[in-house]
Design a protein around this ligand. Structure first.
Ligand SMILES: Cc1ncc(C[n+]2csc(CCOP(=O)(O)OP(=O)(O)O)c2C)c(N)n1
Ligand SMILES: [Mg+2]
Length: 370
């Protein structure tokens, strides 16, 4: 199998001859705006965590092209089983920024009612399945959903993401093996961002690449430049079309870089050479796509200013609104777990209700940091 790195944009942002997918101008500008907005969300999310206004944040800076290019290859009716570094997909699927930011605060506007960690989104209306912290479980979930779709005979495609570290999980093996054996319509994206917290990807595996692992499962494996939105889109579009035709799954390794620390709880400066960061900064996916747009006369300073200011304004307004919202009430504990509450839980809910009525519980649970 080929381990060649599929690239379309050269270092000056020009598309190599014959490889440009020639997306319409308005779509190219939309994708650029989505990347810029994703980056702005990241900057604000980390700042809010540092200010003690949210409890945790996890950045995707540097990986915008990798996940947006991938998800752009899907139809809106297709499903996503994400890891935790693909927030741009929510914007692509038109989840309102307000809903995204309510999740960070875990407030009463949060879909998960504050039961998840920040950035562990779940948006049913966007076919975006709840993010799990265990690093591989979404791979088996996607394989199972794909198997079910195949049995039903519908043509939905399932895209799932993991990191380079995720390839060492049991679920990576189970997910890829089942999907291949059952020809499930699944596209597995491994975002190889060089690191799994402090473990570099060259210590993660003895395989030559992540993509080559596909060979063992009997599916195509593709290595693509993850900082090149067009290349990621092209590789994923082929894989999505293949899956939809009933020809089974594909593993795509997007070679990218985690430009930030692992999360707000980590400090990459303690284990990473700054030179490595500097080298990757030159390959920033947004800057590369900007060059490409500029070459097509689809980008200028005014467009840039408008994209950045619109993103900041929408995010700013959403933060103000989210911060003013109440926490989920204690009584919501009983919601969304069972379709019909058991008699014991009904009794407990009544007990809580009575206590709250007397002002005993939940009158004031306080704000973060508690
Ligand atoms: C099953 C499991 N083992 C360990 C962890 C702890 N953990 C959280 S993130 C992470 C690293 C994941 O690295 P990678 O898959 O490369 O994803 P990235 O964070 O780089 O996007 C680890 C080991 C976990 N969440 N789940
Ligand atoms: Mg990683």
């Amino acid at each position: 199998m080929s381990l060649e790195l599929l690239t379309i944009l050269d270092k000056d942002g020009k598309a190599q001859k014959g490889k440009d997918p020639n997306l319409p101008a308005a779509e190219l500008q939309k994708l650029y705006r989505l990347m810029v907005t994703t980056r702005a969300l990241d900057d604000r999310g980390l700042a809010l965590q540092r200010q003690g206004r949210i409890g945790f944040y996890l950045q995707s800076t540097g990986q915008e092209a990798s996940h947006l290019g991938a998800a752009y290859a899907l139809k809106d009716s297709d499903w996503l089983f994400p890891a935790y570094r693909q927030p741009g997909i929510l914007l692509l699927r038109q989840v309102p920024i307000d809903k995204i930011i309510c999740e960070w605060f875990g407030n009463s506007g949060d879909t998960s009612k504050g039961r998840q960690m920040p950035v562990h989104y779940s948006f049913r209306q966007a076919n975006f399945v709840s993010i799990s912290s265990p690093i591989g479980t979404q791979l088996t979930q996607a394989a199972g959903a794909g198997m079910a779709a195949r049995i039903r005979g519908d043509d939905t495609v399932f895209m799932t993401f993991c990191g380079d570290g995720g390839t060492s999980s049991n679920d990576f093996h189970t997910g890829l093996n089942f999907a291949a054996v059952y020809k499930a319509p699944v596209v597995f994206i491994c975002e190889n961002n060089g690191w799994a917290i402090s473990v570099p990807s060259n210590k993660q595996t003895c395989s030559e690449s992540m993509a080559i692992k596909a060979d063992a499962y009997g599916m195509p494996g593709i290595r693509v430049d993850g900082n090149d939105l067009l290349a990621v889109y092209r590789a994923c579009k082929e894989a999505v079309d293949r899956a939809r035709r009933g020809e089974g799954p594909t593993l795509i390794e997007t070679v990218t870089y985690r430009m930030a620390s692992h999360s707000s709880s980590d400090d990459a400066a303690r284990y990473r050479d700054a030179k490595e960061y500097e080298a990757w900064k030159k390959k920033d996916p947004i800057a590369r796509f900007q060059q490409y747009l500029k070459g097509k006369k689809l980008w200028n300073e005014a467009f840039e200013k408008e994209c950045v200011e619109a993103a900041k304004a929408a995010i700013g307004a959403a933060v103000t609104a989210a911060e003013a919202m109440a926490n989920p009430g204690p009584e919501t504990l009983f919601d969304d777990v069972y379709m019909n509450l058991t008699p014991q839980l009904k009794e407990q809910r009544q007990e809580l209700h009575d206590l709250m009525a007397k002002g005993g519980v939940g009158a004031e649970v306080g704000h973060f940091p508690l």
